[in-house]
Design a binder for this molecule. Structure first.
Ligand code: SF4
Length: 484
């Protein structure tokens, strides 16, 4: 759909379009002027005393819908902006519900962290249950998604939080054996460009510098996470070198995770290296049990490779393995996703992350002009994923949403009690300080009381990262010295 938005509040134009995209998907294309065949969304408003009145008119396909809402203006500029934006978005949502004739599962929510709304309401004195109910009421969130959010918050509240003086450690290995069609991460193909050795050396320099910083600032590493890319796509000797160099940072941690996402990158040497470094949690991700889909999305392994990788890891004593699955992959039906869920039981992962396909602009799927599948089917798959996780005794412990997701749904991390990743919770909820190493990694400090976050990003380009490691360390030092 081509759509022209006329609004007196230019700063909220994208927010208005975001709401339309909840219904229309990425197909909503904004045009700057009224034109034949394009939909028109006209927003007007007025202030009478302390009341702001918002009106929205929507003309499309020869039909016309209208909505009106009002709310109190706020004395503080930041609070007023927040309330004003919400009023406009809800008015746009109202006309969209009338035009499209359906209520999306997450209602008018376009943000990526629904749990954040519950925590904000809890800060205002509500119980988790009251806060979730408030979210449901204000944003027209379905009962099912409200329960999911509440359960996620309850799990998170039962987990330990990062203490003052603690810091999480992230290491990024931006290489993979091939590029998945949906991937939007920074990842170069292993074997291309001869960057593996120079990257490993630069990373080891940065690790050495980070060890000094940890000592200088008297910090205690809490949770370690190695991601990317796929860290296990490094050749065995380089992988061992990196893990060994990391020992001063990983040894004090209470949790150590390595993404071994591609089953075809695992072997006994790498598993032994992880055992030596006391890595307790690994992630082996089949995404689907259907080989034809795996081929289509550019993953060079089969479902049988995944079963073998799990067996090898179990034989070597790994007792905490996460499995990622993706609902609504190209060409898959709800029945195929159910088959994947059944098949995955055989490997008995301790945690299960159910993603919903998302077509980001930087992905190959976007380049191929692939379309997201039907939202109802995606919702069915996601619901089946939740039922399966619950049947295995798992509970949701993190939850986030992205733009351009099938059915405008969500990604959920489920885990058996006690098997939740503290790093994941700190990362998703932005409640943990992180010292992040490697190309594209972002260090941050969080003030959980004020919500203020300071970030120090490393450069993303692998060549620049290799040449500018010292500068990346300086950025981290400045971050650690900053007042927050
Ligand atoms: S395994 Fe992950 S990081 Fe690597 S290409 Fe696929 S989605 Fe991207």
């Amino acid at each position: 759909m081509r759509i022209c938005v006329l609004t007196p509040t230019e700063q909220f134009r994208n927010d208005i379009l975001d709401v339309v995209r909840v219904f229309e998907g990425s197909g909503a294309e904004a045009v700057s002027e009224e034109e034949d065949g394009a939909a028109l969304l006209r927003h007007t408003e007025e202030i009478c005393g302390e009341v702001r009145r918002v009106r929205v008119e929507f003309l499309a396909d020869g039909k016309r819908f209208e909505s009106a809402r009002e709310g109190k203006t706020q004395s503080g500029p930041l609070e007023d902006k927040r309330v004003h934006k919400r009023l406009i978005k809800q008015s746009v949502y109202d006309v969209c519900v009338s035009f499209y004739g359906r209520r999306p599962p997450w209602g008018s929510l376009t943000g990526i962290r629904p749990t954040r709304l519950v925590y904000m309401a809890m800060d205002g004195g509500l119980t988790p249950e009251e806060a979730a109910e408030e979210m449901r009421r204000q944003f027209d969130v379905s009962a099912e998604k409200t329960t999911l959010t509440l359960e996620t918050v309850r799990t998170q509240l039962s987990l330990p939080r990062q203490k003052p003086g603690e810091i999480d450690i992230y290491v990024g290995i931006p290489f993979c054996v091939s590029r998945c069609a949906y991937c939007s991460f920074l990842s170069g193909e292993v074997g291309k460009g001869g960057q593996l050795r120079p990257y490993t050396d630069a990373l080891k320099r940065e690790i050495e510098g980070a060890v000094k910083l940890i000592r200088e600032f008297r910090l205690t590493p809490r949770a370690f996470y190695m991601g990317g890319g796929t860290p296990t796509s490094l050749p065995g000797d380089l992988f061992e070198e990196v893990l060994e160099a990391l020992r001063p940072l990983t040894d004090p941690c209470r949790e150590r995770t390595v993404e071994a996402g591609r089953p075809d990158t695992l072997d006994k040497q790498k598993l032994a290296a992880m055992k030596n470094s006391a890595v307790g949690r690994i992630s082996i991700n089949p995404q689907t049990s259907h080989d034809a889909t795996l081929k289509l999305i550019g993953r060079r392994h089969t479902a049988a490779d995944t079963v073998r990788a799990y067996q090898m890891a179990r034989d070597m004593g790994f007792g905490d393995i996460n499995m990622d699955l993706i609902a609504a992959l190209p060409g898959e039906t709800a029945e195929m996703f159910r088959e994947t869920l059944l098949w995955s039981r055989e490997m008995r992962p301790e945690s299960l992350t159910v993603h919903t396909l998302c077509i980001k602009h930087s992905s190959l799927l976007h380049l191929w002009e692939a379309k997201l599948p039907d939202g109802d089917m995606a919702a069915q798959m996601v619901a089946d994923g939740r039922r399966e996780a619950e049947a295995r005794g798992m509970r949701p412990y993190y939850l986030y949403r992205q733009k351009y997701m099938a059915g405008n749904l969500e990604n959920v991390g489920y885990a058996l009690p006690g098997m939740e990743s503290l790093y994941n919770v700190g990362m998703m909820e932005e409640t943990a300080d992180v010292l992040a190493l490697g190309a594209g990694a972002i260090s941050k400090r969080v003030n959980t009381r004020t919500g203020k976050i300071l970030r120090a990003p490393n450069v993303s380009d692998i060549g620049h990262y290799i040449a500018r490691t010292d500068e990346m360390l300086e950025r981290k030092k400045t971050l650690l010295l900053s007042e927050i």
